[in-house]
Write a protein that binds this ligand. Sequence first.
Ligand code: FAD
Length: 402
Amino acid sequence: MRKVLIAGGGIGGLSAALACARAGAEVALFERSAEFSEFGAGIQLSPNVVKILYGLGLRDALHAVVAFPDRLQVRSAITGAELGILRLGDEIASRYGAPYLTIHRADLHVLLLAAVQQQGGAALNLGNTVTGFEQTGADVALRLAHDDVVHGDLLVAADGGWSSIRQQLLGDGPPQSTGHLAYRALISQARLPEHLRTRQVTAWLGPKMHVVQYPVRGVDFVNLVAIVHGQVQGDMSHWDHSGNAAELQQRLAATCKPLKDLIQAVPAWRLWALSIRPPMRFAREQASGRVALLGDAAHPMLPYLAQGAGMAIEDAAVLARVLAQGGLFSDAGSSADPATLVPDLLRGYARQRWQRNARVQATAIRNGKIFHASGLMALGRNAVMKIRGEAVMDQPWLYGGV
Ligand SMILES: Cc1cc2nc3c(=O)[nH]c(=O)nc-3n(C[C@H](O)[C@H](O)[C@H](O)COP(=O)(O)OP(=O)(O)OC[C@H]3O[C@@H](n4cnc5c(N)ncnc54)[C@H](O)[C@@H]3O)c2cc1C
């Protein structure tokens, strides 16, 4: 049995552990935190991602906790007018073979963790910080804090946007600050007045800002993310900053009454400074030798296409498929040169992933410019949405892909 080492137990790392263990690998995952946890906020899961999660056996577990929004509505943050809609629900499910879902991050994390534990074959090591690696023709050695070393056939770096493995592999410095800030909150629908409750995804667009809201935990909670332009001081690599509600209300003072009412109804926000890398330019940024990069470690992106976790899950599924089809977990690979088999397979993984990831990264950047437009550009955006309708909001290359 071949051993897959995974650094990081976020959504990407757990997806990789599940997909590889199901493919027949022995998995050892190392997570620096003392317990598995995810910050309480929402994630949109588009059909391309839901299809993979169903394939990993998670359909029933997902359906117990997700919301099934019936449409995505785009509104002007200034006037409140509807600019466009994309029908989700049965419409998008029949087009792409899986529904569009929204979920609490912690719920997704918990169900992935439960599935890994139920699957077996994966050792989950908490409180283990990865400090570096060495690769040879025969294996890869992963260094952990306290000088422990573990050996495996390959290493999956799923250690997030500030990946230390990426730094050792590519040496291309930390992600770049974008000057965009995300305020995030969850609020119980029961605490909201009737007119602010929602069962759909709504994106409010305005100059240098946008707000997205959607239900999670069935429809018990609303997830809210408000994006504004600005800078903050200090280390923003963790979700441990509280956002100032009065400051956000001030920043959104010029928006329409329904949006202001919604923002004012939220007592507490978390604040995150968005950092990204430019869209991937080479396959080597996705894998090199015995090391595969996955999720935010490979392609941290703006959340303006709602695909960061989605691409991590796609990476995981493709990685496991390529390794299994290449015979790594079966007798089929036993006749291959052990020095080249894993690097060759990881090159195949990188070739299958990097351009799609780059396109998603680039589209998210472009969306930011469109969402935050003002003046003539905003008028043009609104006119195009009116004339072309759903066609501008649907993403067949993305939702029907992988
Ligand atoms: C405002 C906002 C909204 C978003 N909305 C969406 C959305 O709607 N849909 C979507 O698909 N995506 C969305 N995303 C993106 C998504 O949250 C991320 O892309 C995704 O969580 C990345 O997962 P990951 O596992 O690659 O990285 P992470 O979640 O960062 O996990 C990395 C893990 O590695 C661990 N780690 C780090 N260093 C080490 C080390 N040295 N040793 C051991 N462990 C280590 C960390 O503790 C962590 O557990 C959004 C992001 C933001 C900021």
